[in-house]
Ligand binder design. Structure first.
Ligand SMILES: CC(C)(COP(=O)(O)OP(=O)(O)OC[C@H]1O[C@@H](n2cnc3c(N)ncnc32)[C@H](O)[C@@H]1OP(=O)(O)O)[C@@H](O)C(=O)NCCC(=O)NCCS
Length: 179
C-alpha cells in the first residue's frame, strides 16, 4: 500500500444511506461518467449489495467508496455452496488518488468479508492494479459466466474458495443492463 500522511489520516467505516449523494458524486468523478454510479444505485436498491464501505478523513471528508454484490453459484458441482461476491465499483476522488486510499478500502473490506465467512471475490478491473491486492486472472479462469479475459480476476478468501472450483456463476441483474 502507498504510504502517505493522507492515508494515515484515513478512517474506513460502513456506508450509511446518509452518504448516498456524496458516494454518487465520488463515483461519477472517479469514472468521469455516470454509468458506474447508476449501476451502484441499482445494485443497492435491488438488495444485491452485501457490503459497502467508505473512506473519509478525520475531518469527515469522504474520499472513497467500495461495494460488493452477491454472485450466485449455479446449483451444480461442489462449488454451489460457496459464498461469492463481486467487487464493483470502487472509487476514489481524483484529487485523492494514488495516495493509498483505494488499497486501504479494498484491504479493509476484504478482511471484513473473510471474517464473515465469504469464500471468493471476483472483480473486473485493471490487470495491473488488482493483482497487487491478491486478485488473480488464472484463478478466475475457473469461474465461468458472462466475463472472461485478463481483466476478470478472482481472490479466494477461504480454502474452499480456492479448492471447490471450477464453478459457473450468475451476477446480480443490474450487471446485465450495465454498459
Ligand atoms: C482504481 C482506484 C480505486 C485506485 O485507488 P487509489 O487510491 O488511486 O489507489 P492506491 O493509492 O491504493 O494505489 C495507487 C497505485 O495504483 C495504481 N493505479 C491506480 N489506478 C489504477 C488503474 N486503474 N490501473 C492501473 N494502476 C492503477 C497507481 O498508478 C498507483 O501506482 P504506484 O503505487 O506504482 O504509484 C482509483 O484510481 C479510482 O477511483 N479509479 C477510477 C475508478 C476505477 O477505475 N475503479 C476500479 C474499477 S471498479
Amino acid at each position: 500500500m502507498s504510504k502517505s500522511p493522507l492515508a494515515e489520516d484515513l478512517q474506513i467505516r460502513d456506508f450509511s444511506i446518509a452518504d448516498e449523494a456524496c458516494v454518487r458524486d465520488v463515483t461519477v468523478a472517479a469514472f468521469a461518467q455516470e454509468a458506474e454510479a447508476n449501476l451502484l444505485y441499482r445494485l443497492r436498491h435491488c438488495g444485491a449489495l452485501i457490503l459497502e464501505k467508505v473512506a473519509e478523513s478525520r475531518d469527515g471528508k469522504l474520499q472513497g467508496h467500495i461495494a460488493f454484490s452477491r454472485v450466485t453459484p449455479r446449483a451444480t458441482g461442489r462449488g454451489q455452496g460457496l459464498k461469492v461476491s463481486c467487487l464493483a465499483p470502487v472509487s476514489v476522488w481524483p484529487h485523492y488518488q494514488k495516495q493509498g486510499v483505494g488499497s486501504a478500502l479494498i484491504r479493509a473490506a476484504l478482511e471484513q468479508l473473510r471474517s464473515c465467512g465469504e469464500d471468493l471475490v471476483l472483480v473486473l478491473g485493471s490487470p495491473t492494479y488488482f493483482p497487487r491486492l491478491g486478485f488473480d486472472a488464472d484463478l478466475a479462469k475457473k469461474v465461468s459466466g458472462p466475463y472472461a479475459g485478463n481483466a476478470f480476476m478472482a481472490l479466494a478468501l477461504s480454502e474452499a474458495g480456492q479448492a471447490n472450483l471450477p464453478i459457473e456463476v450468475a451476477f446480480a441483474t443490474p450487471f446485465e443492463e450495465f454498459e
